[in-house]
Design a protein around this ligand. Structure first.
Ligand SMILES: Cc1ncc(COP(=O)(O)O)c(C=O)c1O
Length: 468
């Protein structure tokens, strides 16, 4: 009869041994450990269980485990350390992952969009909030949540957004989600179920959302973006009953929707019984223009507002929020619970405390001049080294865009840049048909002034190579 014994548990090791296999047990044990190390599944410096503990777990005599460990030490897979413990040695892992590592292009400088400077995350202040919350929250806060999220955070964000973004938020109409990604997906799913059919998106715009909308059962149509925001006349013609706009700082062109565009959008929604989804993803970083409030404040019944901590704090937090027209709150709350039973509560409560104590404002005040300096450097250097590329949409956010002059193709420029270890990215993915006017998008949120200068110099060399 075949018998397998398994060792697992805290600080231990799962190994299946076949006592009827005709292979000595120490060899089986050696092979199991060796294979795992070679495949990169046990990393260098992992502390091995003691021979005594492993022997007891596997029902072996200690001598069998000692023999296996000694063999693996001799082969260089394990290292015996003073103090009587054994660790996994630093050995090359199996072919597949080694190749994957070496083929990844290593970029000297990367203008990839959507990275804030996460090294500036306010760790100390966040820690204070987390500690306070852990000390003070009632036990019940750790129970399952209301589908809208922690009330404390909805309160803190409503106060903040009404003050800073001119919204008309009330905690009961807010919903905390895992970033815009989840908030927008749930919203589109709920709206499709409620009978909405056609979503208009700005063209160009974020391409991922279109796939989400189609998966939710919506038809997606593109509407041109003008310098004053989405073309509302074209929207009128599109037959859409939903529109998604990045009114404060259009992604990717950086256009700011004018007061006329905003008013026309709200009037369109009222006339058509339609809904506007406002993605307010980076409005907090505004440098040299008048503040423009969120559209939600103009028409709380017709605008669903989405915000995120991904640009202001860190995308890894996965913290986002929606301000919903009252009629959508219940369905969205149910959808959120169905999706994941709620966002992690400790982060929500820590963020609530962080916002309520003014740390969020402080962080933004500290970051704005830093990003502005990098933006200024980028724009100034471009004017000197690449005067044919004129940045647009520079007044806010963490990216700028330039159109490309005729004769310069996105693919040629990005490929020539890549050869120089520079990551720059074309506009093509953002156009509905992939074929709109050529341009480049530069994310600068995670770059230093020095890197931006070097990056633009590398780009100038790449462009001159392509133009020759
Ligand atoms: C247009 C736009 N909206 C929203 C977001 C934020 O998404 P999330 O909150 O899921 O990180 C991004 C991130 O890059 C974005 O580009």
């Amino acid at each position: 009869m075949s018998r397998t014994r398994t060792s697992s548990g805290a600080g231990e090791l799962l190994v299946e041994l076949r006592r009827d296999a005709g292979v000595p047990l120490h060899q089986q044990l050696e092979k199991a450990i060796r294979d795992r190390i070679r495949q990169g599944l046990m990393r260098a410096d992992t502390v091995m269980p003691s021979t005594r503990a492993l022997a007891a777990d596997l029902g072996l005599s200690r001598g069998v485990v000692v023999e296996a460990y000694q063999q693996l030490v001799a082969e260089g897979y394990l290292v015996s350390r003073g103090g009587g413990y054994t660790q996994v040695a630093d050995v090359a892992v199996a072919e597949a992952s080694a190749t994957a590592r070496t083929t990844a292009v290593s970029l000297r400088i990367d203008f990839k969009y959507s990275k804030p400077d996460v090294s500036q995350f306010p760790r100390a202040a966040w820690m204070r909030s987390l500690r306070k919350v852990l000390n003070e929250m009632p036990h019940l806060s750790l129970a399952y949540l209301d589908g809208r999220g922690a009330l404390e955070l909805r309160h803190a964000l409503a106060d903040y957004l009404n003050r800073v973004r001119g919204t008309a938020a009330r905690p009961e109409n807010m919903l905390i989600c895992n970033g815009f990604a989840q908030g927008s997906r749930l919203l589109l799913q709920v709206l499709a179920k409620q009978g909405y059919r056609r979503l208009a998106v700005e063209d160009p715009s974020d391409n991922e959302l279109r796939e989400v909308a189609v998966a939710a059962g919506l038809e997606v149509v593109g509407v041109p973006v003008l310098e004053t925001g989405i073309d509302v006349d074209a929207l009128e013609q599109s037959g859409a009953d939903l529109v998604l706009v990045t009114a404060a700082h259009q992604f990717p062109t950086g256009a700011v929707a004018s007061p006329e565009t905003r008013a026309a959008l709200v009037a369109w929604a009222a006339r058509r019984d339609a809904l506007v989804i406002e993605d307010d993803y980076d409005a907090e970083y505004r440098y040299d223009r008048e503040p423009i409030g969120a559209m939600q404040g103009l028409s709380p019944d017709r605008v669903a507002y989405a915000g995120t901590a991904s640009k202001t704090l860190a995308p890894g937090l996965r913290l986002g929020w929606l301000i919903l027209p009252p009629r959508l709150v219940e369905a969205m709350s149910e959808a959120k619970l169905m999706d994941d039973r709620g966002s992690p509560v400790l982060e929500q409560l820590a963020f609530a405390d962080f916002v309520a104590r003014g740390e969020f404002d402080r962080h933004l005040r500290r970051m704005r001049p830093q990003y502005r300096l990098i933006r200024d450097t980028l724009v100034d250097r471009m004017a000197v080294r690449l005067p044919e590329l004129v940045p647009v949409g520079v007044s806010a956010g963490l990216h700028v865009m330039t159109w490309l002059p005729p004769g310069l193709s996105e693919s040629a420029v990005t490929a020539a840049a890549l050869e120089r270890g520079l990551g720059v990215y074309g506009l093509a993915p953002y156009w509905m048909d992939g074929k709109g006017r050529s341009g480049l998008v530069f994310g600068y949120g995670s770059l230093t002034v020095k890197a931006v200068v070097e990056g633009i110099d590398l780009l100038a060399a790449a462009v001159s190579g392509v133009s020759e």
